[in-house]
Design a protein around this ligand. Sequence first.
Ligand code: PHE
Length: 453
Amino acid sequence: MLESGSGNRDGFTSKFGIICAAAGSAIGLGNIWRFPYVAGENGGGAFLLMYLGFVLVLGIPVMLTEFSIGRRAQRNAYGSFRKLAPGKPWYLVGLMGIVAAFVILAFYSTIAGWTLHYVYTSLINGFAGQSTEQLSRSFEAFQSSIGMPLFWQFVFIVLTAIIILSGIKKGIEKYSKILMPFLFLLLLILSVRSLTLPGAMEGLRFLFRPDFSKINADVMLSALGQAAFSLSIGMGALITYGSYIPKNNNLSQTAFEVSVADLLIAVLAGVAIFPAVFAFQMAPDEGVGLIFKVLPNIFQQMVGGYFFSLMFFILLAIAALTSSISIMEVVVAFLVEEFRMLRSVATAITAIAATVVGVFCTLSWSTFEGVSIFGQSIFGIMDFTASNVLLPLGALLIVLFAGWYLSRADLRDELTNGGLLKARLFGLFMFIIRFVAPVAIAIVFLQGIGFIR
Ligand code: PHE
């Protein structure tokens, strides 16, 4: 096995850089594309409440656990389990994460490709003068075409690979540092415009007033899956990033800040989307196309809409990039460290494989429109499998590993930076990862897939 000490491993440099990189991973299409569409399909307020609960009670501890495992082991997702549990089958959790990374990269790049197409459409002022009806139809025409979606998906994967190739410090940190605050600002402006549209209040009610009769096992699993997806937990992305975090960083603080930022952005995206959905008399359960159909309507009602639309889709594409690099990095770090591959070779292999699988996702609405797996499209089944199966299962196994296999003393040592920091909530943390999280995730998961009632 490769022995690389922390000294010669590429890593994040400043505290702000760590937060930005981890937040860059968490904040992405999950918040702005996925959260509104899944919340819309699952009844709004009740879903939001469950999601909130999962992020705060389970998400933060799981994120912290991943950081600790990665920083302790100084390895990729698979290698970390190998190193901390030699000769034990825990490395399978790492392998599952590598598989999940592939699946997510494949369908994530489909949506990111759509985002790039919307950058281009904004640039040529292609939304101008279209009615709500027409905007929806143009989106659907694009979605069910072949050449353009594939082209943009390919562009996105190449962009991801280029950033991955420029290494950790120079690449990831530099790009995410400057741009995330801008995205936040733009969402804020969008929310204000959306909220001042006539009929906006109904959207707020939809998002914030829980209708408890809408909660069922499906909704709960969707909320859990959304929480995991949005926080980037359950597949080792944050184990991998944890391995790049310096020993003096306060991991608990980082996990807390990143999770709260992620939560805020998702809620803000909801506040931007749902008032507009109702103002333009659209359906909240539109599905994967929701934001692409709704947002251009808002931009048309804004002074400087051309500029805002262009800026927004550029920033969204960048947010998607800072997430996709964290997904690709899981696979690349694995190949580099475990197979001693050159970083360039590992990146090329990963990018090509992701493109091959990704094509099937992108063509779900055209060439493979007729394909139905468990009643879902290829895209749908990949999204479901990753978010609602692999990530919850991964998160479950990660907390079990840290809670029951790792020694309490080691974990404490990692969280307190060798005793330098106070560990005020350590008991609570241990209680959550040993009991609360495993039991809660297991119940929600087994009920959600219909295994128990
Ligand atoms: N959290 C990212 C987003 O919200 C997606 C992601 C999932 C990234 C899993 C890494 C791991 O867009």
